[in-house]
Design a protein around this ligand. Structure first.
Ligand SMILES: Cc1cc2nc3c(=O)[nH]c(=O)nc-3n(C[C@H](O)[C@H](O)[C@H](O)COP(=O)(O)OP(=O)(O)OC[C@H]3O[C@@H](n4cnc5c(N)ncnc54)[C@H](O)[C@@H]3O)c2cc1C
Length: 260
């Protein structure tokens, strides 16, 4: 069985987010890391691999130079190999282009039984890539999955809603987006970190994937960012010293703002 897990390299949320002249997130000049929500997808792939025999886990990313750091983190956690789609022409790609390129990479990896993704990235946060990917690949898509099991040619998923939990079955191959409730991602062990250094990461260009560069990147984007305005710094807020009347002051504060 072969599982592909998507890993996006995103700017560190703690770092100051900057934009280039085209209002595209500056990914080159800032510290980046594996999108936290993707760690749950990597972990779930490794759990399936731990539970079965002959399961191969491939970590896949699309991004500029440096984005392979996201793949490296997945290899340190235990994935077997990685793929980094890197090409100048990808700069400024929107979600439709990203899905098209990732679908072409999955087709090139070949014989993929299950694609596991996070429920959203921690920078764009659109939560659309898994469904778009499934559309390109002609596969079933199950989103917001809080528990999954793979047996035979079927993946069985549980999705918890506010009122009810659904159990959804899909024939493999399929695309499944998991939530941050599905597991507790493992920390890379020292052994895992050392082993990752020897694991292969294939770097593919658009030409390697047979994707026309004119269909991706900023010029081909369906949506364009026209302006970026900084959110006002959060004000410190009112500090209340509780000298026995903290509760009253809080109630007055809430009442004055018609919260109560
Ligand atoms: C702040 C911001 C706003 C944006 N707004 C838009 C917009 O309105 N319209 C638009 O079309 N594009 C937009 N983009 C671009 C869009 O983010 C990228 O195309 C992105 O790669 C896909 O969207 P996402 O990050 O929201 O992914 P999501 O749909 O949230 O991600 C779902 C899953 O797909 C995986 N995934 C996403 N991108 C990659 C990748 N490059 N490599 C590997 N796995 C990946 C995620 O890791 C996650 O597991 C925006 C980007 C940013 C940073």
């Amino acid at each position: 069985m072969k599982i592909v897990t998507l890993v996006k390299h995103v700017p560190d949320a703690a770092a100051d987010r900057t934009f280039d002249a085209d209002y595209i997130t500056d990914r080159a000049g800032v510290e980046g890391l594996l999108s936290e929500l993707d760690e749950y997808a990597v972990e779930e792939a490794l759990k399936v691999a731990d539970a079965g025999a002959g399961v191969e886990v491939v970590a896949l990313t699309m991004g500029p130079g440096g984005a392979d750091a996201a793949v490296r983190k997945a290899l340190q956690m235990g994935a077997d190999s990685g793929v980094h789609v890197v090409d100048e022409a990808l700069h400024g790609s929107d979600a439709p282009a990203t899905a098209q390129v990732l679908a072409a990479a999955i087709a090139k990896i070949g014989d993929v039984d299950l694609v596991l993704t996070g429920m959203a990235s921690t920078d764009g946060g659109m939560g659309v890539i898994p469904a778009m990917l499934a559309e390109h690949l002609g596969l079933a898509h199950v989103g917001y999955v809080g528990e999954l099991t793979v047996s035979g040619g079927t993946v069985t998923c549980r999705r918890d809603g506010d009122a009810a939990s659904e159990t959804i079955e899909a024939a493999l191959p399929a695309v499944v987006a998991v939530t941050d409730q599905i597991n507790e991602p493992r920390y890379p062990s020292f052994k895992g970190i050392m082993a990752a250094k020897k694991k292969p990461v294939r770097a593919w260009t658009l030409a390697d994937l047979g994707v026309d560069a004119a269909r991706v990147g900023l010029d081909a984007a369906f949506s364009v960012v026209r302006a970026v305005t900084r959110r006002p710094e959060r004000s410190q807020g009112q500090i209340v010293t509780d000298s026995g009347d903290g509760g009253t002051k809080l109630a007055e504060f809430l009442a004055a703002r018609k919260f109560i």
